[in-house]
Design a protein. Structure first.
Length: 277
């Protein structure tokens, strides 16, 4: 995948970090211990593979006595991102993930959305935003989905709650097109989607969405999101707990074949409704 300006900017952040660390006479492990992350994480920051959280950038400034340069650089890069500050690191990580497992309780995941669906969601959450703002949000969301068709695309597993099929985001025509898009991705074997029917009732992830990501040469992460914020988790014990919750979700789903039938049936119902309205 070609590098964008954001990738190059974070690589500069990493190069600056390496220069300042070496000037201070610290190894990656020594700096990591002082800012409460592993030496391996410092290495990933320096390579531009992983982006530090703001509190880590602040602690780096304190340890290396940089006068706040890493905090200021972090804020500048985040402000230029089209994503919410809490989601920026997630968008960066999904681009290098080897496997992504996602649970969506109400809304179709961003990687599976059509432009029209993404627009309806964005307008609903930002009713007074400018057209330029809306278009930027929609474009950035759709551009992320390019990883599904990349030659090095990750395995992408999705568990959808049936609610995500039943809420008519954007109206019948938009929902029909979105579900047909998902069905096409399934049939082309770019994604594996299963559905939890409403009749299951309570399940293991009741309070928001969940995403798990695995990588070639770094520890797995979990990401949880609610209406107004999200949390990226990398503590091994917490990630293991999240993985178990996802395993329990998959036990509760319909089979891939039955899930595809349900998605296509819902798309047909929406298409029929669109023709009569």
């Amino acid at each position: 995948m070609a590098k964008g300006k954001q990738d190059e900017a974070w690589e500069f952040f990493g190069e600056l970090l390496k220069d300042r660390r070496e000037a201070a006479g610290l190894s990656q492990s020594e700096l990591g211990a002082r800012v409460f992350v592993s030496g391996g994480y410092i290495g990933l920051f320096e390579q531009g593979i992983r982006k530090p959280q703001l509190d880590v950038a602040k602690r780096i400034d304190e340890v290396l006595q940089t006068g706040g340069i890493f905090e200021r650089t972090w804020r500048k890069l985040i402000n230029k991102s089209p994503y919410a500050s809490y989601f920026h690191a997630v968008a960066e990580l999904e681009a290098v993930a080897t496997k992504i497992c996602e649970f969506a309780p109400v809304v179709v995941p961003g990687l599976l959305q059509t432009p029209e669906y993404a627009r309806a969601v964005t307008v609903a959450t930002h009713p007074f935003a400018t057209e330029e703002f809306i278009e930027e949000k929609v474009t950035s969301r759709i551009d992320r989905a390019a990883i599904l068709k990349d030659t090095t695309r990750p395995e992408y597993w999705v568990v959808l709650h049936e609610n995500a099929l039943l809420i008519p985001v954007g109206g019948p025509a938009v929902m029909a097109a979105t579900l047909e898009h998902i069905a096409a991705l399934i049939r082309e074997r770019w994604v594996l989607v299963t559905v939890i029917p409403r009749t299951v009732g309570a399940h293991s992830v009741m309070e928001g969405s969940l995403r798990l990501m695995e990588f070639e040469d770094q520890p797995p992460t979990a990401y949880t999101e609610t209406a107004f914020t999200g949390t990226l988790l990398d503590d091994p014990a917490v990630v293991k707990q999240a993985q178990r919750a996802y395993d329990l979700l998959r036990v509760a789903t319909l089979s891939p074949e039955a899930s595809l039938d349900l998605i296509e049936s819902a798309a047909e119902d929406y298409r029929r409704c669109a023709r009569t309205t």
